[in-house]
Design a protein around this ligand. Sequence first.
Ligand code: PLP
Length: 405
Amino acid sequence: MNLEQVRADFPILEQEVNGKPLVYLDNAASAQKPQAVMDAMTQYFRETHSNVHRGAHSLGDRATALFEGARETVRSQINAASANEIIWTRGTTEGINLVANGFYRSLKQGDEILVSRMEHHANIVPWQMLAEATGASLKVIEVTPEGELDQQSFRDQLSERTKVFAITAVSNVLGTINPTREMVAAAKEAGAYTLVDGAQAIPHLGADVQALDCDFYVFSGHKLFGPTGIGVLYGREDLLNEWPVYQTGGEMIHRVSFEGTSFQNSPYRFEAGTPAIAEAIGLATAMRYLDDLGHDGLHEAEAALDRRVDEWVADFPGLTRYGQAQNKVPVLSFWLEGLHPSDLGTLLDQQGIAIRTGHHCCMPLMEHFGIAGTARASFAFYNTVEEVDTFFQGLQRIQRLFTGK
Ligand SMILES: Cc1ncc(COP(=O)(O)O)c(C=O)c1O
């Protein structure tokens, strides 16, 4: 991978912020977009835009072909068996809500929903609401001090009562890569439906839903170098065709009368109203862009960043790292002694360095570590080792200035 060429594909990275070259280390919150994505969306608006699946005219047919072509691209990129298993959503959050909504009529008292303490709120709250409404209970897999899922806690809580197992493949705070495939297999063996939150995993690891063998897999376009407002819910086709509908309205119906309404099969069954057409095309373009770059090259580039982060952290007085998993993606959550994370974020921004601070939508995980929040630097393949150095040198400067160390 030629890093200079790759960075040229991301024009936003070329700018200065507060008089300093931008160092963008907030990729876990939202990643930047390559020019190819912007070009594909602009070209669509300039040449093709029309509504889809309604066309009595050529533009409509072309828009539909691009839109369904995008679905096919996603199918092949995540190795789903059929394009009918790819549902466009607004993002991970909507995908999880859609799946959780399907359980409202079937879950009952005595049933259990199993999640983990390292979940994003998007993979906690919909299940909590479901449990409250149905009388089912929410069970939580605990986290080890290193920031890995406690496998004993998992085994202890998985049982024939577990009806839903919903887990993130990668932690957005700790960077931990969870043994998702093994855990999904165990949960299926116990008879549970399985949902994998791939929001943080797919940008680093890609996804193979058939190998993972989960019932549902969700992710967001904007974390995968694509646009906001678009995401994907993958589900097994046989399951989806039986799944209760979520939003209702135009496009998702088969027949409407005042006596009753029947619904289409997946994916249209879950796509009420006019979809985010340009965004779907943008997301498919982002996935093709990554594929063209080559996943091996991306992994190597990220591993080099991770090694440099580890070197700095090993010898950085006053820095406490949260998340020391054996298997992780390049994310660093930390506290710097004597400095509040939000102050740190502001001070780094003055040096052109963008990180995120706070609870990262993971309050139960913060509670586990006994803190209110962390500072988080999250890296993408387009970051450079020099940027890692700039970031830590920035931390050193702030530390000297504010704590005299
Ligand atoms: C692990 C994880 N799950 C879910 C989400 C929610 O994604 P979105 O806000 O795109 O719906 C995020 C976003 O940070 C995340 O990191």
